[in-house]
Design a protein around this ligand. Structure first.
Ligand code: ZN
Length: 118
C-alpha cells in the first residue's frame, strides 16, 4: 500500500511547517487527490488513521483528513475535444476519433491544499 508512504511524506511536510509556526497539534489536513494520482481515497484515510493512532505525526486525537477529489480530464490532440478519460484505459482515448494519446489536463494532482493546527 504505497498510500502509507505517501501519507507519511505529507504528514512529515505538514509537521515540519506546523513546528516552525509553533503549533502543538494538527487538527485538519486538506489534500487534493486526482483520479489519476494512483492514490486511493480509502487507503489514504486508513493511512491517516494509522499515523494518528501511532502518535508521531503531531495529529490531534480528533484530527481529520479532508480529501478533495478531482476527476480526470484529457484533451484530444487530434480534434481538440475535452473529455473525461476512462479510468480503466491505459491511455486516454478520445470518444470521438478514438485517438489513444489524449493529453491529460487534470487528475494527476496530489498535494496538500492546507492544514489547520493550534
Ligand atoms: Zn479526438
Amino acid at each position: 500500500m504505497h498510500e502509507l508512504s505517501l501519507m507519511g511524506d505529507v504528514l512529515a511536510l505538514v509537521k515540519r511547517d506546523a513546528e516552525a509556526r509553533g503549533f502543538a497539534e494538527i487538527t485538519r489536513v486538506r489534500l487534493l487527490v486526482g483520479d489519476l494520482s494512483n492514490a486511493l481515497p480509502d487507503a489514504l484515510e486508513m493511512a491517516f488513521d494509522m499515523y494518528k493512532a501511532e502518535g508521531t505525526a503531531m495529529l490531534a486525537s480528533e484530527a481529520q483528513l479532508a480529501l478533495e477529489l478531482r476527476q480526470a480530464r484529457a484533451t484530444c490532440v487530434l480534434c481538440g475535444l475535452d473529455y473525461v478519460p476512462e479510468r480503466s484505459a491505459a491511455a486516454a482515448m478520445c470518444p470521438v476519433c478514438r485517438f489513444p494519446g489524449g493529453r491529460i489536463t487534470e487528475g494527476e494532482e496530489f498535494k496538500v491544499l492546507s492544514y489547520e493546527g493550534r
